[in-house]
Design a protein around this ligand. Structure first.
Ligand code: GLU
Length: 492
């Protein structure tokens, strides 16, 4: 069997992180099986469309390299890929179902349906259509159609029958048709409902595996009935577990914070995002956690996806991001930084370009093991580019490190200045700085922390920054002497 998977979004909002996981699993499964991954836009509910969301979606998918093999941007022979452009196809297929007596016209007004629903609710009954039009005589139907009466078309759900399907994650699911409504397949505006269009499209596009969120499990028996009505073979289903927020509640749909774009805008690397979300629901059966795309393709199995919801935590995503950044060579990371800046912060990009490139790269290379996101680069590095203006005396004093007063601060900064002045040229490596400083501190019978704390603060004027030795290495000898001298002047 040729494996064909698909992602079928309704273009109503941003692409959320859990939808990206659906895309990823569809993508991985098709690649693993040398199959095809398709994109189809389900835009039949015109009232819910959000302008620009399809363009956005395509952009986001391209940004994380999950490019469909076939879809609006790269059509094959299964198009069109927008459901709104496939109305003729649905009408044709609707005719077939009516001819097969598997569907019927329903002329009930919305007022009648509202009343019916209200009555059923009052009686604590499940709300469903009562079949009022199901047995209407053909001549009567024709008369109403000739009169132009508004109508929908419903599926003639067979009575007393079991409908079942095999789910690759959840096993066999079986439902009695008495629990299934005669669902609307064609709305009064002539547009198909999701349930009808999705079946016609998945069939015509030869989709072999329907991999989607578990919220679609209750709809699947209805879908199976439509497959049966057409006498088509049903695809294989796999319903993915929910993604939960930290509070174990379902992630809210409308939150910008859970959109993929917001994570890209915070400068998480696509590879870190994909690696992290691949593990939300899928068990790779190893303690390893870092997987390249190729490794994911090789290892991914739908049968290793579990049923229970997975919790999405941004802190974990940060951890993955730091891992990816720290293992990347600095030139590559620098290029990524520049690409991101071009998109999100061009002013800062131009500023960095005006600086010595090797200086920026040294900063990046020292910082990459502690950066959680590239977006932190700007706020964490300002002091590398501009000398701190104010001297924070409170920060320089640190009783815990045995630096009780400014006199002590002065002593150690003076010692550092002497060490730096003795050193004729720039340091070649952090190791070399370490060697020189440890020897000098030992000779002065001091403790490392005592000397290094005021040095770190004098060079950065920050509560948190890379350590003193790293700063000395990045800033180089002259700039370090300049900053230490200024602090010494300010506290004298
Ligand atoms: N259009 C549906 C959605 O936006 C697709 C569901 C499916 O994959 O069948 O979720």
């Amino acid at each position: 069997m040729t494996v064909v998977t698909r992602f079928a979004p309704s273009p109503t909002w941003y692409l959320h992180i859990w939808s990206l996981r659906t895309v990823l699993y569809n993508y991985l499964y098709s690649k693993k099986n040398n199959g095809k991954f398709m994109l189809r836009v389900e835009d039949t509910d015109q009232s819910r469309l959000v302008e620009g969301s399809v363009e956005n979606l395509l952009l986001v998918l391209a940004s994380v390299w999950l490019i469909p093999d076939e879809g609006p941007n790269n059509p094959g022979d299964k198009g069109p890929y927008f459901q709104s452009e496939r109305l003729d196809i649905y009408n044709e297929h609707m005719k077939t179902l009516l001819e097969k007596d598997k569907a019927y016209h329903c002329f009930c007004s919305s007022e009648r349906l509202d009343e019916l629903r209200a009555e059923q609710k009052d009686l604590w009954l499940p709300t469903r259509y009562d079949g009022n039009c199901r047995f209407m005589e053909a001549f009567e139907v024709q008369k109403k159609l000739d009169e132009g009466c508004s109508h929908t078309i419903r599926l003639k759900v067979p009575k007393n029958k079991k409908v079942s399907f095999q789910d690759m994650i959840r096993g066999k699911i079986e439902v009695d048709t008495k629990d299934i409504d005669d669902q609307v397949l064609m709305k009064s505006d002539g547009f198909p409902t999701y349930h009808f269009a999705v079946i016609v499209d998945d069939h015509l596009m030869e989709v072999s595996h329907v991999i989607r969120g578990e919220e679609w499990v209750p709809s699947t028996p209805k879908h199976v009935l439509i497959y049966e009505a057409f006498e088509w073979e049903q695809p294989i289903f796999a319903h993915l577990p929910l993604l939960l927020g930290k509070s174990k509640k379902k992630l809210s749909k409308r939150e910008w914070d859970v959109s993929v774009e917001s994570f890209l805008e915070k400068w998480y690397l696509p590879e870190a995002i994909l690696n992290y979300i691949s593990l939300l629901g899928w068990n790779p059966k190893t303690t390893e956690e870092i997987f390249s795309m190729n490794e994911l393709i090789q290892r991914f199995e739908l049968s290793d996806v579990h049923k229970s919801g997975a919790v999405f935590e941004e802190e974990r995503l940060e951890w993955f991001n730091t891992k990816y950044m720290s293992s990347m060579d600095t030139d590559t990371l620098y290029n990524k930084l520049m690409t991101y800046l071009r998109r999100y912060d061009n002013t800062f990009k131009e500023f960095l370009e005006s600086q010595d490139e090797s200086y920026v790269k040294t900063i990046l290379s020292e910082l990459k093991t502690r950066l959680r996101r590239l977006s932190e680069f700007r706020e964490l590095t300002d002091f590398f580019f501009e000398n701190p203006t104010d001297t924070d005396t409170e920060l320089l004093i640190n009783p815990k490190m045995k630096i009780p007063d400014l006199a002590t601060v002065r002593k150690w900064l003076e010692l550092t200045k002497v060490i730096l002045e003795k050193q004729k040229s720039n340091f070649e490596s952090i190791d070399q700085i370490k060697e020189v400083f440890i020897a000098e501190i030992k000779a002065a019978e001091m403790k490392n922390g005592q000397v290094l704390w005021p040095v770190r603060v004098a060079l950065s004027m920050k509560k948190f920054s890379p350590g003193a030795l790293e700063l000395l290495y990045i800033l180089w000898r002259e700039k370090s002497i300049e900053r230490i001298s200024k602090v010494l002047k300010d506290i004298s």
